[in-house]
Ligand binder design. Structure first.
Ligand code: 2M8
Length: 441
């Protein structure tokens, strides 16, 4: 791509963020996702940092203003007005019944998403021009304890067994209809959430790109149970049917703890925080190491309820790379697998990018959301990891191919791996945001 093409793409991406800016928060996309989403916001803030670091901080500050008393950062903060409908909205979640969500400035959902926020904060700091450093340093300093509180929630309430692995409660905690959740969802025999009307399929106009009604019945039924338990983590852990140790989520927490430690000097963090973060970091690395299956080359999630391994070839299995493992053996195995036919090296792929699910998996569907398509944000995470681990050339390929892919279409949410066809929502904010970072000089 020429320098002019880069500049043009940068300007188009900036226009998407400005277009989705709702004043103090950025819609995840203009119509399909009109509110503030947690991990979307973290990526979006990285995009804003290329345009205005103050605006980037505002994105994260707004999100964390809705942090629960437990430390949980909710997956959606409902900030759009009634003219922007979304299903399931705040009434379905009814989080007012949760003591930990009392007195928040906004209504929210009662689950969370991968903690990319510390990675975002670190990137914002790296992009802060010298003249603005005093102001931004103060703002990062003010937010830092909230991030530590967030990580504490994940390391304790979401890991009472102290395995170093985060337990996910819901497919909506990141990768909605990934086949990783299929078996656990199949175990739910009665899923009767009552009548509801989906808005997503109407908005997208092609149901094959979205989760099925069978999925939605179960997604909504799980929310009903969480609501019944008033989002109490201890009770959820005792009674709830969907508890999965998620290696991708856990890997992001490892990288995020490392990012907070990198910022410790910037904010003058005290020794207790530093020790705590280092402890979570070690525990997370050890937890992932135990889930690595060398014969398979991947890290494997497991179902807390049944104790079963979830052996599927998806992007999540590259948790060691996402966690930036220092283990040379794991790095070598994962890099080989990454470029094999099962992943980026598939000769039929349009771009050498990481698909959400391997085409070798029986559950693979090239058009369907997290069951096959390529997601720019996941490839952004891969790019960052490869860079940090010293694989500069491979990282550069990911950057170049990502930009080539994104340039076609209107900042699509995800892409068909064989054709590169843009899918899902257009003008997706986090796609625009990572474009700004990928295309920075
Ligand atoms: C998708 O999830 C939402 C529910 O939260 C949906 O399908 O309606 C996922 O891709 C999720 O990871 C993402 O944060 C969200 C907004 O982009 O959309």
């Amino acid at each position: 791509m020429t320098a002019d093409a880069h500049a043009l793409l940068h300007d188009r991406a900036a226009a998407v963020l400005h277009g989705n800016d709702a004043g103090g928060f950025t819609r995840a996309s203009p119509h399909l996702y009109p509110h503030q989403w947690s991990w979307d916001s973290a990526f979006i803030a990285i995009g804003w940092a290329h345009l205005d670091v103050g605006r980037a901080m505002t994105e994260l500050e707004g999100l964390f203003s809705a942090q629960w008393a437990t430390g949980m950062v909710p997956h959606i903060v409902f900030r759009a007005g009634p003219d922007k409908p979304y299903f399931p909205g705040p009434e379905w979640w009814d989080c007012g019944t949760a003591p930990a969500a009392a007195s928040l400035p906004f209504k929210t959902t009662g689950i969370c998403q991968p903690p990319v926020h510390a990675l975002s904060l670190l990137r914002i700091w790296q992009l802060t021009p010298q003249a603005r450093q005093p102001e931004i340093r103060e703002r990062i300093k003010a937010l830092y304890p909230r991030l530590v509180h967030w990580h504490r929630y994940l390391a304790t309430q979401r890991d009472p067994e102290k395995t170093g692995l985060v337990t996910t409660y819901h497919p909506w905690e990141g990768t909605d209809n990934s086949p990783r959740w299929d078996r656990a969802l199949e175990r739910i025999k009665v899923a009767d959430p009552g009548p509801y009307t989906r808005l997503d399929v109407t908005e997208i106009g092609d149901a094959s790109q979205r989760p099925t009604d069978w999925d939605y019945d179960r997604f909504l039924w799980l929310v009903e149970l969480l609501r019944k338990y008033r989002y109490d983590d201890a009770r959820i852990y005792r009674e709830y049917p969907f508890l999965i140790k998620d290696v991708f989520f856990s890997a992001i927490l490892v990288a995020a703890n490392a990012a907070l430690l990198s910022l410790a000097d910037v904010v003058g963090a005290d020794d207790a925080d530093r020790e705590q973060l280092a402890d979570w970091l070690d525990r997370g690395r050890a937890g992932l190491a135990r889930r690595f299956q060398a014969d398979w080359g991947l890290c494997v999630d497991y179902d807390v309820r049944t104790g079963e391994d979830i052996r599927l070839r998806t992007f999540a299995g590259f948790a060691p790379l996402f966690a930036r493992t220092a283990d040379p053996g794991q790095q070598a195995i994962q890099l080989r697998l990454l470029d094999s036919e099962d992943f980026c090296g598939n000769p039929r792929f349009r771009w050498r990018l990481q698909p959400s699910t391997s085409p070798a998996e029986p559950a693979f569907e090239s058009h369907n959301y997290w069951r096959g398509p390529v997601w720019p944000i996941i490839n952004w995470l891969l790019w960052q990891s490869l860079r940090q681990l010293g694989y500069a050339d491979r990282a550069e390929d990911v950057r170049r191919d990502s930009l080539g892919q994104i340039a076609i279409g209107d900042f699509a949410e995800y892409f068909e791996p064989f054709t590169g066809e843009p899918l899902g929502s257009p003008q997706q904010s986090w796609t625009a945001a990572v474009t700004l970072d990928f295309s920075a000089p």
